[in-house]
Design a protein around this ligand. Structure first.
Ligand code: PA5
Length: 433
């Protein structure tokens, strides 16, 4: 297990942690024993070990078929039915994945849809993919969410016009075992379906077929992803607080929140992690933002955002703490060469790798921000690989559940999300609203 969690610079002292230790242990116990609020949604806790082997084999087979007969995979979903796959694929493939030559990539291009209702986004995607061989993975636990339902209706028509009766062989559905419009449609049309079980909410579903099918279709080793999550499950089930970083992270967040630090910024130093931050934001925002309480989860990518948000973080209102996710080694690296004429003044960096320079940027920023009274937590992984990403997913899920209980909310529901839907349906004239 290579995830290293370090809070030496968090400006929180051991006594403060000791004060909240017992409460955190109780919250952790509630998660493990499944007897806290929302306990009917704790299926993800044992998920890495409880994978349905028959279904997992079908996922791998479907991924192979998609790789063999499709230039493009369109993944349709929103929220928890979107961000996990997007996060893993962004973290574990080429930064310019869709641009890589097919002979080298050997997997279909991937596009995400159904996460907005933007007419231009959908039109542009249709124009990009319509002449290619397409498969669709439509993902919706409820099977009734408007955004993916609209996108699926449009793309289902496109596939039917293109492939006639054979369209159904290119449509893969991930939804509830028994209920919902998508399930009914799949039964009628004969689509291959995968199940999101009742006891796992969307934002905790990345290690179910929701994430696994698109991730596998992009050629990522899902066995290793699950292996990483399994190792994390063992590690973060440890009831010894001081040996359990998920407990420590949750406790530190709570202490900082109670000191008025009610914005947490997830910072990374490589763009592959932008969507891991987006996934994390959804996980923590939707889990904790209730009863007029919350730590507002924000994210930045450094060094890019040191030239935009850096000023605010260094010098703005002191209600922020940062959690920095660093990757120690990069398999791809570049060494800067010396030049005879040092016109750009960079010869002092000759012989150094970009990884080293990027790491120094991290160290320099850490010092500056801590000096500026921004507590910093650091999560470091050795490298970006499926094992570590699987471990990170599990780590953040476990810490989020504990954190939600510490905050006194049910981390597994999202009643607030319904409010906009009701208004939108009423304004659109949906029957019953
Ligand atoms: O985490 C959640 O539960 C939500 O973000 C859902 O994933 C999101 O609203 C999509 O729901 P569904 O999968 O039912 O379409």
């Amino acid at each position: 297990m290579t995830l290293v969690f370090n809070y030496d610079n968090s400006l929180v002292n051991k006594d403060e942690i000791e004060e909240i230790r017992k409460l955190t242990e109780c919250a952790h116990e509630e998660v493990l024993e499944k007897d806290g609020p929302g306990s009917e949604f704790l299926g993800w806790v044992d998920l890495p070990e409880n994978l349905d082997e028959e279904e997992y084999a079908r996922i791998k087979k479907a991924a192979e078929k998609i790789k063999s007969d499709s230039d493009v995979l369109v993944v349709i979903g929103i929220g928890g039915s979107y961000l996990g796959a997007k996060a893993a694929i962004s973290a574990l493939t080429n930064n310019f994945y869709n641009e890589v030559d097919k002979d080298f990539r050997k997997t279909p291009k991937i596009y995400f849809l159904g996460q907005n209702i933007s007419p231009s986004y959908i039109t542009d995607l249709i124009n990009i993919v319509k002449d290619k061989d397409i498969s669709i993975n439509v993902i919706s636990k409820s099977g009734t969410t408007t955004e993916p339902a609209i996108a699926f209706r449009i793309f289902k028509n496109l596939l039917e016009e293109k492939y006639g009766d054979k369209a159904k062989e290119r449509i893969y559905v991930t939804t509830d075992r028994n209920k919902g419009a998508l399930k009914d449609l799949s039964n009628k049309e004969g689509y291959e379906t995968f199940v999101i079980s009742d006891d796992i909410g969307g934002r905790y579903s990345v290690l179910t077929p929701v994430g696994l099918l698109p991730i596998a279709a992009c050629g990522i080793d899902t066995d290793k992803l699950i292996e990483g999550a399994k190792a994390a499950k063992i590690k973060y089930s440890n009831k010894n607080f001081w040996e359990n970083d998920a407990c420590i992270y949750a406790a530190l967040r709570n202490i900082l929140y109670n000191k008025g630090k009610d914005i947490e910024i997830m910072a990374n130093y490589t763009p592959e992690l932008i969507y891991l931050s987006e996934w994390w934001k959804q996980l923590y925002g939707e889990s904790e933002g209730k009863n007029h309480k919350a730590i507002f989860p924000a994210s930045v990518t450094f060094t890019t955002d040191l030239h935009s948000m850096g000023q605010l973080i260094q010098d703005g209102k002191r209600n922020i703490f940062e959690t920095v996710l660093t990757v120690r080694e990069s398999e791809k690296d570049i060494i800067l060469k010396a030049q005879d004429e040092d016109l750009d003044g960079l010869n002092y960096l000759a012989g150094k790798s970009l990884s080293e320079i990027n790491y120094k940027a991290f160290e320099g920023t850490l010092l500056a921000h801590v000096e500026g009274d921004v507590p910093n937590l650091n999560i470091e992984i050795e490298k970006l690989n499926p094992y570590n990403i699987g471990a990170l997913f599990y780590f953040f899920e476990m810490a989020c559940a504990i954190s939600g209980y510490l905050l006194g909310v049910n981390p597994f529901n999202q009643p607030g999300v319904e409010k906009y839907k009701k208004n939108m349906f009423r304004l659109l004239g949906k029957p019953g609203f």
